[in-house]
Write a protein that binds this ligand. Sequence first.
Ligand SMILES: C[S@@+](CC[C@H](N)C(=O)[O-])C[C@H]1O[C@@H](n2cnc3c(N)ncnc32)[C@H](O)[C@@H]1O
Length: 350
Amino acid sequence: MTIGADRDDSDVSSIFSARSTTTAPTEWSGRDGTNTETDSDMMSLMSSMYDSTHSISSSVLNYHFENGRRYHAYHEGKYIMPNDVQEQNKLMLVHLCYELVFDGRLHLAPINNPQNALDIGTGRGDWAIDFAERYPSTQVIGIDLSPIQPLWVPPNLTFEIDDAEDDWVYSTQFDYIHTRTLCGGIRDWPQFHKRAFDNLRPGGWLEMQENDAWFQCEDGTCPKWTKIFLEKLDEASIMSGNRLNVAADQKQHMINAGFANVHDDIFKLPLSTWHDDPRWKEIGQIRGLAMNQGVEGYSLALYTRYLGWTSAQVHDLLAKVRGEFNDVNNRMYIAVHVVYGQKLEESVQA
Ligand SMILES: C[S@@+](CC[C@H](N)C(=O)[O-])C[C@H]1O[C@@H](n2cnc3c(N)ncnc32)[C@H](O)[C@@H]1O
């Protein structure tokens, strides 16, 4: 069995291993020409990993390839970002970045001795693995559309392939539900928040760590090409039905769903090394690296599918956008909203 055949962490692993306790995990390989093993080998091994209610079928691995990028197969077309090595490298860098921004904290909600936790849109599972290690008596479930999680994980963590917009059929209620950069994956946010509320135990918390799909200069302006890029991105993501730039809406969604003690803590992450403070300079270096990797994944499918651009036109614009956010004189940043709220003991469902 070949595991991790399409994973190449080499370009980010030196930064990652230097700063994070999470090792770069291996992944189930997909049908992208690099897999030397048979589907049945892979299927039987994968089936043994996932529980019987969410067993893996070959359709989950039948990835969609477009303009040189690889996309999820389960509920194909639902989510517009790729799931390939380039995207996963970005996820590793963003994970590291959040670790630095939050001083090693995995959550800002004041959770206490959680018994059950759910990570929605877990991606590679980096956050879920760290959380399960930090809370070894918590049963943690991570769900995602893509089977890109590692094989070997803490015993209190399981991964399931699932769409968060399907019915939630968990056998338990949760003390803590978490998302990180899920925006762009949910069409019906009121329904999402209602489900989170219904699936929390009284006293439990929902926490969403979500970035704006918008970046700007410290003085509030936005350079020419970046502004065009972000406006088109917003237009295309609205056309897709999965608007990306909705982090700032989550606080109100939580309040509407009946959550109490709702916070929206905002952090500004530099996109290059322009900051004077060494800590934020380092954060800017890593977030900038991630943005250089990730900006194509944000936009390529949206621009080509919904705006009719060619791949070459997208790359031409991306080169100009990268030039702007990499320019330290522009002092550009992206804002992250950490939105968290509690289901009170006496909560009445909204
Ligand atoms: C930007 S990645 C973030 C991954 C992870 N939370 C992290 O911070 O490293 C977003 C993830 O959400 C998943 N996703 C998007 N929409 C989803 C949905 N409706 N149900 C389940 N997963 C979803 C994607 O497949 C992707 O892996």
